[in-house]
Design a protein around this ligand. Structure first.
Ligand code: AMP
Length: 187
């Protein structure tokens, strides 16, 4: 199963992706995690990405695509993957399609988690406190929500147009939301 998880920052995508990984036995590929690892390791790309991430903007399409290509080419992704945080704009939709075509591994489904904005802001504040994520300051969160509305929301429209979008209510207990996602996956 190759699936993309869509949803605003703080929609619970990361948590649900990890639960899907454990249940489906396929890797959770998060471009945010790949970028944070590169920043932590102090690689040249990581150093380039850091300022943009700290400001809540989007890292350049080329950098993220390069990291993604490297990750999905690894052996454990042959049986499928859960993509979290990519695609983030319409150009990345085309890049993903081209990459998966090249690998002969078409996408099965895009799952969009829907959570109202008020709840998102509350959740991110909680996560900032719990995880100490440096890109979770109130200003950055506002910037990320703006970027999401402007650039990432159209990504769901793209998947709807190609008949691969399912929408899941992301409000509720973790397990409840998880069961909704499982129920929405193609068989
Ligand atoms: P996330 O963990 O998915 O919320 O990502 C954290 C930050 O990493 C984002 O605010 C962006 O700066 C950057 N990022 C993650 N994925 C992408 C992507 N697909 N394209 C561009 N920037 C990204």
């Amino acid at each position: 199963m190759r699936l993309v998880l869509l949803g605003a920052p703080g929609s619970g995508k990361g948590t649900q992706a990890a639960m899907l990984r454990d249940t489906l036995g396929i890797p959770h590929v998060s471009t945010g995690d790949l970028l944070r690892a590169a920043v932590k390791a102090g690689t040249p790309l990581g150093m380039q990405a850091k300022a943009v991430m700290d400001a809540g903007g989007l890292v350049s399409d080329d950098i993220v695509l390069g990291m993604l290509e490297e990750r999905v080419a690894q052996d454990d992704a042959k049986a499928g993957f859960i993509l979290d945080g990519y695609p983030r704009n319409v150009a990345q939709c085309a890049a993903l399609e081209a990459l998966l075509d090249r690998l002969g591994q078409p996408l099965d489904v895009a799952v969009k988690l829907e959570v109202p904005n008020e709840l998102i802001v509350e959740r991110i504040a909680g996560r900032a406190a719990a995880e100490g994520r440096l890109d979770d300051t109130p200003e950055t969160v506002r910037a990320r929500l703006r970027v999401y509305a402007e650039q990432t929301a159209p990504v769901a429209d793209h998947f709807a147009e190609i008949g691969k979008l399912v929408t899941v209510n992301g409000v509720g207990e973790l397990n409840e939301v998880f069961q909704r996602i499982l129920g929405a996956l193609p068989t």
